[in-house]
Design a protein around this ligand. Structure first.
Ligand code: ADP
Length: 396
């Protein structure tokens, strides 16, 4: 027997009927694109979507694409929505080929340039009177890996074509707006017009998202998932509870909890199953969770100092002196008087005993041997949020 009914509705690519808590974003998208319906050909729409991983950027734009093409059809207009993952289609040329694929347009196999390929696509749109929405998912990646000319070509296609009727519209999906910082102002002006934010989900919002999959989409047999289990998972990932606000991780945890219930022969998915699932998905974190809750403010600040150094320098191991220096900055930033050297030393010794810090001696190359320290757990967003929340609590 199994707790699942339609387990496929829990897979990452599934697009559910409802997207709780993204109604506002869908509405904003519709408003941005309404010109296409009222006055097709008059403008080229460009929208930027920004938000962290798991905040529903992909699923929401795809849903919008579905809804919008439907509405257009009812009005007798042809709008085609294409979704490109810049991580998978790594070059401008591959992206154009993928767009052609999604349009069911055959591209000859004789090494056309990107420009020529684009021309084929454009002619196809003209002939069939199609308005095309191109969503460029993980656009950060394209920006950081592609030649400037390619980025320029992609976002300024119209100037090249001198097209009178505008047929191509963009949704750029970004994790962070700052990833556009390196671009030329003229390109930026082309990309950043309207920005729609996707904030991380709160515990309540995740609860609604999970419940929708359970109750409306029938992922599980009726009554198989206990309400408290859903609450538990939502609380782990809710941004307001120190989580990352990532719906993907919450859904994965729910699915895995169901699988664990199945292997244990249980007809119910309990909190205990969710805990086991969580420690698989998030192993290091769940082990040190309790340790971190027991730390006092300045011990937390030392941990934070190491995380800051890691972010700044990309290294894992740092000298005690460096950590202390960063700790002093962190403490002062928060209006705390930094503890004295001997006390900081003592904190580090304790953190080591707790297993939170690993130490090693520097190699021969360095003058004199110094102790280098590192966090013994991977530095993740979850950990970062957790530490920041604990610090905030101690400061209240
Ligand atoms: P992102 O693109 O921001 O990383 P995704 O759109 O891939 O996030 O969402 C991650 C997972 O969470 C997907 O399985 C998606 O279906 C689900 N999800 C995200 N937001 C919602 C929502 N508001 N309602 C229902 N499911 C959601």
């Amino acid at each position: 027997s199994t707790v699942f009914e339609k387990s496929k509705v829990l897979t990452p690519d599934y697009i559910p009927k409802n997207l709780p808590h993204r109604e506002k974003q869908i509405k904003e998208l519709s408003i941005n694109f309404r010109e296409i319906l009222s006055n097709p050909g008059s403008t080229s729409v460009r929208v930027v979507i920004s938000g962290k991983t798991g905040t529903g950027k992909t699923v929401t734009t795809k849903k919008f694409g579905e809804l919008f093409s439907e509405i257009a059809k009812e009005k007798g207009l042809r709008v085609v929505y294409t979704h490109i993952n810049c991580h998978r289609q790594r070059t401008l040329y591959l992206m154009l080929v993928e767009i052609a694929n999604q349009l069911n347009l055959q591209i000859p196999n004789r090494g056309l340039s990107s420009q020529e390929t684009f021309k084929l696509i454009y002619d196809y749109l003209e002939k069939r009177n199609i308005q095309l929405i191109i969503t460029l998912d993980e656009f950060d990646y394209f920006v950081s890996t592609s030649p400037v000319e390619d980025i320029y070509f992609l976002v300024r296609i119209y100037d090249e074509l001198n097209a009178l009727v505008k047929r191509i519209h963009y949704i750029f999906i970004l994790r962070e707006l700052t990833s556009l910082a390196s671009l030329d102002k003229s390109i930026k002006d082309h990309v950043i017009k309207n920005v729609i934010e996707f904030p991380p989900y709160t515990s309540e919002e995740l609860y609604d998202i999970l419940m929708d999959r359970i109750v409306n989409e029938k992922a599980f047999r009726e009554g198989a998932v206990l309400e408290e289990t859903v609450r538990f998972i939502s609380d782990i990932y809710g941004i307001d509870k120190g989580g990352s606000g990532n719906a993907r991780l919450a859904l994965e945890t729910l699915e895995l909890a169901g699988k664990i219930a199945d292997t244990e022969g249980s007809l119910l998915v309990t909190i205990d199953h969710a805990k086991k699932a969580n420690s698989k998905i998030n192993p290091e974190l769940s082990i040190i969770l309790d340790t971190i809750r027991d730390l006092d403010l300045h011990q937390l600040l030392v941990v934070k100092a190491i995380m800051n150094l890691h972010k700044k320098e990309g290294d894992d191991f740092f000298s005690m002196g460096k950590v202390e220096e960063e700790y002093n900055i962190v403490a002062k930033d928060l209006g705390e008087i930094p503890r004295k050297h001997t006390q900081v030393f003592e904190y580090i010794r304790k953190l080591k005993l707790m297993g939170l810090i690993t130490a090693r001696q520097s190699g021969k190359g360095m003058r004199g041997r110094t102790t280098l320290i590192s966090l013994s757990v991977p530095i993740s967003e979850e950990l970062d949020n957790l530490i920041n929340n604990e610090i905030r609590d101690r400061l209240l």
